[in-house]
Design a protein around this ligand. Structure first.
Ligand SMILES: [Zn+2]
Length: 826
């Protein structure tokens, strides 16, 4: 029998060409805390105000975009709360005032939102006036109702939707009740929280503790809508992780790793295990852990001059001195003399012997007269440079501000200049015929746990290959590409200079932001630099401001690190799965990840089959995470990233999925975990103590649990590659005679997308696709009022087509499915 494997997602989705970038604001690392936590020593940078971490509340995505656009560092650790978005900001004291002025609420200790565990009586509190009769009955649908347990505590999470949810006068409220198991009455009424994003009603939801698993829930709206739904298990039925296999070796990584250590170990692994591993070097070298040597001379007023060396600091820039010299006499012209690396600006004098050179004139003289030592000189920030420049007390040494903080690093450990990023490729058959899985860690420099998680994964694969049957199956049946750190320049800066560094180190700033006091604010957010759903095309969540933490770069794919990813997936077209590993939000994402704010227009939603495959994969991956120490990523944090968090324009996932048909996940490892001692969820951090309370936030525990999850992703890819089984589907209820209108829907035996017709034509890939009722909901229901024949076929995630039907050919009609709903009059 002929086999065909079609990637339907690609064929069916409107082609989006353009750009990619992913944006988020960083939730902050506390540099002092992470140094104490066993990271390399560091201190605050000279000339930089000290920063601290504050918890903040924003009214919604609009305010988030505004605050991020203003240059605030908010990414990660953000979460949706009923009143908007909560998160953390790494800010100076002055910036706290600025945030307040923008309307941001600064939260005190313990002020974060927490779901109430007490039932509040639900709609009764609103009075009977809100409840209208019957014709609204069918306006309410249950989106999901999930039961999970962690550390001995049960939780129920519910999302429900009313078709009247967008109505604002009055707002439609919703009440949730649950039973206490089979045959018990509904009770425990509570008011649900309404979730609105970018002006668009999303759904209502609740999360709360429960001691007994409910069988059913009931949701009632204030307009009289009512429905019931069954409760599903979330991560409750996990098979044991590979680490439970007898003799399985794990726990290889014993501390945080800087990029040199990561890359060295990757190369060692390739040497030690040449039969199953090799290195692929990415072609575009990074722009480098390096800076121009600089100084701001003469304060910050109109008389100040900012100078930058032509050479990188480590290539001679740091040896340059600049001196502004006052000479005796009158009527002297402005001049520049150079001796070796010493630049002397001879300030001009007027007729009465007064100093007469302005900052703008001095800057121009330096650019033309310094014999190429200084190639960029300008007034400070937005100043015109009209002030008269004063002489300096002596020569001012330029510096790149990198050397001083290397004290914590062994000599020679932090190579300056561009880096070549190695990809550790693991697989027995690296011939392009096995499904490729790309794991990309540390796009964001301060996220140290994703790097150790990815390294632990590599170690487990190579050490268990010969001894563990399941590991052997993974290595034999997949082609794994591991990028242990995709931002080595930024990562070195995070390790040795500025712990909160998120972006790479490329300075794209014009003069007004190019002075050295801005040096911690330069760089491109690599996960906003891609081509699909890009900020350059009007999608929200990427900034055009070069000092914003979500700066998207001057153009799509402007940065070598993002060009490399595109190169890799184009060269190795067998890559069908991708995980972009971040920290520390406790989320698992896919598409859509970006929207245009006006109207909340997302990038195309994955077809129902892909959506179901994502959910199924997510549950498997997160079950394996939970198996380590009962860490639960809650369902409210799983799904399309722009649905559950915010829009991140130009992220890598949108590009790889929409351009190449790659199942592209985004992972925020190390989020909140439930602490039974306090009964609360406790948040994570970018650089948690490596070893801490093993039940709480710890870099080591996170590395181990999330490596379990990545291993499960490999198993999913291996199974996908072996999947030759056609999906099956059916129409419910089936064809036949009905005495009146009937509601019908499709069902598949595995994640699969259905293409169907009702007009008598043969179903093809251009036929209507069976869609979700609404996002995060199951498939739509057709209300059939007259005799209708459905013709259809289904396609699974691996591209197998039901009954081996070829929709591109005019095949026999018995190859596709048909069912006639015959409506007859009695
Ligand atoms: Zn990140």
């Amino acid at each position: 029998m002929r086999r065909r494997r079609l990637r339907i997602a690609l064929l069916a989705l409107p082609a989006l060409v353009g750009t990619v970038l992913m944006a988020t604001a960083p939730a902050g690392a506390d540099p002092a805390k992470s140094a104490a936590a066993g990271g390399p020593g560091r201190s605050s940078l000279e000339g930089q105000e000290s920063v601290r971490l504050v918890r903040i509340q924003l009214t919604g995505a609009d305010m988030l975009d505004k605050v991020v656009a203003a240059g605030f560092d908010l990414e990660h650790g953000l979460r949706r709360v009923p009143a908007g978005i909560e998160g953390e900001a790494v800010v100076t004291a002055g910036q706290v005032a600025e945030l307040r002025a923008m309307g941001v609420t600064i939260l005190g200790n313990g002020e974060s939102f927490a779901w109430s565990d007490e039932a509040d009586g639900g709609l009764q509190t609103l009075g009977a006036r809100a409840v209208q009769p019957v014709n609204h009955e069918e306006t309410v649908r249950v989106v999901r109702a999930d039961w999970f347990t962690t550390k001995g505590q049960g939780f129920l999470y519910v999302e429900a939707r009313t078709t009247e949810g967008q109505q604002s006068d009055p707002v439609v409220t919703m009440q949730l009740e649950n039973d206490s198991g089979r045959g018990t009455p509904f009770g425990f009424a509570r008011t649900m929280s309404r979730f609105v994003d970018s002006g668009q009603y999303m759904f209502h939801r609740n999360l709360f503790k429960l001691d007994a698993r409910p069988k059913q829930i009931r949701v009632t709206s204030s307009t009289g809508g009512v429905t019931t739904g069954f409760v599903s298990n979330w991560l409750e039925e996990a098979p044991p992780p590979l680490t439970a296999n007898p003799g399985y070796k794990s726990d290889f990584v014993d501390g945080y790793r800087h990029p040199q250590q990561l890359y060295r170990r990757a190369e060692e692994i390739a040497r030690q295990y040449p039969d199953i591993a090799e290195i692929v070097y990415l072609p575009n070298r990074t722009n480098g852990y390096q800076r121009k040597a600089q100084a701001t001379i003469g304060g910050t007023g109109q008389e100040a001059v900012v100078v930058s060396s032509a050479a990188w600091g480590h290539e001679g820039g740091n040896d340059i001195t600049v001196e502004f010299v006052d000479r005796p006499g009158a009527n002297l012209p402005l001049g520049v003399e150079v001796v070796g690396k010493a630049v002397r600006v001879l300030l001009g004098k007027d007729a009465s012997g007064g100093l007469a050179s302005t900052a703008a004139q001095v800057a121009a003289a330096l650019e033309t007269g310094s014999q190429g030592l200084i190639d960029r000189a300008h007034p400070y920030r937005t100043n015109a440079g009209t002030g008269i420049v004063a002489p300096t007390a002596g020569p001012v040494a330029l510096t790149d501000f990198l050397d001083q903080k290397r004290a914590g690093a062994p000599e020679g450990e932090v190579p300056r200049g561009p880096a070549t990023i190695p990809v550790l490729r693991i697989g027995k058959h690296r011939d392009g015929k096995k499904p490729g899985v790309l794991i990309q860690a540390q796009d964001h420099a301060r996220e140290w746990v994703p790097a150790t998680t990815t390294l632990e994964t590599a170690e487990r694969l190579v050490h268990n290959y010969r001894s563990d049957r399941e590991t052997k199956k993974i290595v034999n049946d997949t082609d794994i590409f591991l990028i242990l750190s995709n931002n080595p320049d930024g990562a070195n800066y995070s390790f040795y200079n500025f712990a909160s560094q998120r972006r790479n180190m490329t300075n794209h700033c014009p003069d007004e932001n190019a002075d050295p006091a801005r040096r911690d604010a330069w760089g491109v957010d690599l996960n906003r630099n891609y081509r699909v759903g890009s900020g350059h095309d009007g999608y929200a969540g990427g900034s055009t401001d070069c000092v914003s933490n979500t700066y998207q770069g001057p153009e799509e794919l402007s940065e070598p690190e993002s060009k490399n990813i595109i190169w890799l997936v184009e060269k190795y077209s067998n890559i069908k799965f991708m995980m972009s590993v971040h920290s520390n939000g406790g989320q698992l994402f896919w598409q859509p990840g970006a929207y245009i704010a006006d109207g909340r227009i997302t990038t195309p939603r994955p077809p129902l089959g892909d959506e179901a495959f994502y959910w199924q994969s997510a549950a498997r991956i997160l079950s394996q995470v939970k198996a380590h120490r009962e860490t639960v990523v809650t369902p409210e944090n799983v799904g399309g990233s722009s649905d559950v968090l915010y829009s991140s324009a130009g992220n890598v996932r949108e590009d790889l999925y929409h351009t190449y048909g790659i199942y592209a996940f985004g992972w925020e490892v190390g989020g909140s975990i439930y602490n039974p001692a306090t009964g609360t969820w406790q948040g994570g951090s970018f650089q948690p103590p490596w070893v801490g309370d093993p039940a709480l936030v710890s870099g080591h525990a996170e590395t181990m649990e999330y490596a379990n999850g990545i291993m499960e992703m490999f198993r999913i890819a291996a199974e996908w590659g072996r999947d030759k089984q056609d999906p099956t589907s059916r129409l419910l209820p089936g064809g036949g005679k009905y005495y009146g209108p009937v509601d019908v829907r499709f069902e598949t035996n595995e994640p699969a997308t259905i293409y169907y017709t009702t007009d008598g034509s043969r179903p093809t890939l251009n036929s209507p696709r069976y869609e979700a009722t609404e996002f995060r909901e199951p498939g739509q229901v057709f209300h059939v009022t007259e005799t209708t024949t459905f013709r259809w076929f289904s396609v699974d995630a691996a591209g197998n087509i039901e009954n081996n039907y070829d929709p591109t050919k005019n095949e026999r009609r018995d190859k596709y499915r048909t069912a006639t709903i015959r409506i007859v009059k009695r």
